[in-house]
Design a protein. Structure first.
Length: 87
């Protein structure tokens, strides 16, 4: 009798542990908090036209990403530049 009560209590303790409440889905990344820093100069494009150059060491906010392109926004001089850079 005593062994069955201890076994039941032990079983409940293992089933109710924090590890058994695993997260089933991951949270989507908040793109407002993701930044990249360029290690070399990159051309910035908008509508198949080169509009600027992302200088080496510049921090840019990632707005969107595809398989071959990254949409970034960065501060250059007196204005923000938004455009696509190739991966």
């Amino acid at each position: 009798m005593k062994h069955s009560i201890v076994l039941a209590a032990l079983l409940c303790a293992f089933l109710a542990s924090a590890g058994s409440f695993a997260q089933t889905s991951s949270r989507p990344l908040d793109t407002h908090k993701i930044y990249i820093t360029s290690f070399f100069e990159c051309s910035v494009y908008w509508n198949k036209r080169r509009i600027a150059t992302l200088p080496k060491g510049t921090r840019a906010r990632l707005l969107h990403s595809t398989k071959k392109w990254i949409l970034v926004r960065y501060w250059s001089g007196a204005r923000y530049i938004t455009g696509w850079i190739k991966r």
